[in-house]
Design a protein. Structure first.
Length: 175
């Protein structure tokens, strides 16, 4: 049985078909490079609507049983950017270090990184990580936080995520 990982793009325009969702596809491609475990992407594009995002996060973790859901989009300061609020509303525990590290990495490239509000949290046996919406930023941010993701999934009772050490170095404490 393959491991299920949710990829959720929050974008009014991509969900309406105004443009192709490059950000969700960027996440899927990066995970394909990082993971050697058999995994299945559970991919969805929805509008920037807090109730819709909350509903989809709950569905992916509670019903589909994704051990990890990576969101993209909706992390800025604009009125319709509500992904962090939706994430906080459905999580039992927040992991602010994810957002702190992503902003720190992004600040090396753009001063507007301080406007980004991405975060991460735990819902049951699932980890939710908010990424920004631009493919370049997605790569920079996911590269920074991914080394902690497999161990976090271990700690919350999820499946063992095996990774390609030639592509990404993940951290698990020595036993």
């Amino acid at each position: 049985m393959s491991i299920k990982i949710g990829i959720l793009t929050a974008s009014d325009r991509a969900s309406a078909g105004v443009y192709d969702d490059l950000s969700g596809k960027a996440v899927i491609n990066l995970l394909g490079e990082y993971l050697t475990s058999q995994w299945e992407p559970i991919y969805k594009v929805i509008p920037d609507d807090q109730q819709s995002i909350e509903t989809e996060l709950k569905r992916m973790i509670d019903q589909v049983q994704c051990c990890l859901v990576i969101t993209t989009g909706g992390t800025g300061p604009a009125p319709r950017d509500v992904t962090p609020e939706a994430t906080e509303a459905v999580c039992q525990k927040m992991l602010p270090g994810f957002g702190e590290l992503m902003r720190s990495v992004s600040l090396q490239y753009v001063p507007t990184a301080i406007l980004s509000r991405q975060t991460a949290g735990i819902r049951g046996n699932g980890l939710i990580v908010n990424l920004p919406g631009k493919p370049k930023s997605i790569k920079e941010c996911l590269e920074a936080v991914f080394p902690a993701i497999p161990y976090c999934v271990d700690l919350i009772g999820g499946p063992y995520l095996e990774c390609n050490p030639e592509v990404i170095q993940v951290f698990r404490p020595k036993r």
